[in-house]
Design a protein around this ligand. Structure first.
Ligand code: XMP
Length: 256
C-alpha cells in the first residue's frame, strides 16, 4: 500500500491530521540521553492526538540514525503512527539514493525532498528506491519562512517554450508529474496553499508547517486546502504538551 494511502488511513483511524514535529532546542551533546528521554516522553503522551511523527536534524544529529532515532521510530510504529524524515534531500542522485536507503532502512515511512535539484540524476533515484520499498516522497513546494519568496516565489521562464510562471506553481506541477506522495506548503501562506491546492486537488495532499510559533493558523491552512498540519514547538515546547495537542486536535475536528 502506498504511503499516501497509509497516511489517509492512519489519519482516519486516529481522527487526527496533525503531524508532530518532534523538535527540541539544542542541548550539549553529553545531555543527549535527557534529550532522548524528553522526546520519548512527548511521544508517549501526545500520540493519541496525532497521525504521524516528523523527525529532522534536531534529533538525528545528537541521537544518531540507528541508535536513539530508531528507538523513536519503533515506538512511533507501535503506537500505529507513521514516521517522516524531514531531511530535505538536495544532492546529486547517487548521494540522494544512499541517503534514502539509510533513512528507509532506519524505518522511516517517507522522506521530504527538494524539487530544486530536478529529476534526472537528482530525485529520480530516490523515487525509484521509494517505489521499490513502498515508501513515500514528499516534495517542498513553498516553504514557511519569510525568505521563501527568494527561491520558491521567483518568476521563472521555461527554457523550451519561454513561458513565464511562478517557481512554486512549477513545483506543484512537477509533484503531479513525478507522482509525489505529498507537497509541503507553509501554513504561513494560505493563499499559496489555495493556489497549489487548485493544481493538486485530491491527488496529492498538502502538508502545512508553520502553525503557532511561525505565525500560521490551523484554520486558515485547512480552509485553504491543506490536508495535514505539521506542528512542532506549539506542542513540544508547551508547558503541557498533551493539553496543547488535545486542544489543537479538538479545534481541527470542529472544523470538519
Ligand atoms: P514549528 O516549531 O515551527 O516546526 O511548528 C515546524 C517544523 O517543520 C519544519 N519546517 C518545514 N519543513 N518545509 C519543510 O519540509 C517547510 O517549509 C518547513 N517549515 C518548517 C521545521 O524544520 C520544523 O521541524
Amino acid at each position: 500500500m502506498s504511503f499516501k494511502i497509509r497516511m489517509e488511513e492512519t489519519a482516519k483511524r486516529k481522527e487526527s491530521r496533525i503531524v508532530l514535529a518532534l523538535d527540541f532546542p539544542f542541548q550539549s551533546p553529553e545531555n543527549r540521553r535527557n534529550l532522548l528521554a524528553k522526546a520519548q516522553d512527548v511521544l508517549e503522551s501526545v500520540h493519541p492526538y496525532v497521525c504521524a511523527v516528523k523527525i529532522n536534524h534536531h534529533l538525528i544529529l545528537p541521537l544518531g540514525t540507528f541508535d536513539g532515532v530508531q528507538t523513536l521510530i519503533k515506538r512511533t510504529h507501535e503506537e500505529g503512527l507513521l514516521a517522516i524524515m524531514d531531511c530535505k534531500v538536495n544532492d546529486i542522485g547517487t548521494t540522494n539514493q544512499v541517503i534514502s536507503e539509510y533513512y528507509y532502512a532506519d524505518g522511516f515511512d517517507a522522506l521530504i525532498a527538494n524539487p530544486f535539484i530536478g529529476w534526472e540524476e537528482g530525485l529520480k533515484p530516490i523515487f525509484d528506491v521509494a517505489h521499490k520499498l513502498q515508501r513515500g516522497i514528499i516534495l517542498l513546494a513553498y516553504m514557511s519562512h519569510k525568505g521563501a519568496n527568494e527561491g520558491y516565489g521567483q518568476t521563472i521562464c521555461d527554457a523550451e517554450t519561454g513561458a513565464k510562471t511562478l517557481q512554486y506553481i512549477c513545483f506543484a506541477k512537477k509533484a503531479l508529474d513525478w507522482d509525489a506522495d505529498g507537497a509541503v506548503v507553509g501554513a504561513t501562506y494560505p493563499e499559496k496553499i489555495r493556489q497549489i491546492h487548485e493544481i493538486l486537488r485530491e491527488k496529492i495532499p498538502i502538508y502545512a508547517p508553520g502553525i503557532g510559533a511561525q505565525g500560521g493558523t490551523a484554520e486558515a491552512a485547512l480552509e485553504a486546502g491543506a490536508r495535514y498540519l505539521i506542528v512542532g514547538r506549539e506542542i513540544t515546547l508547551a508547558k503541557n504538551p498533551v493539553e496543547a495537542a488535545a486542544k489543537l486536535a479538538a479545534s481541527i475536528k470542529r472544523m470538519k
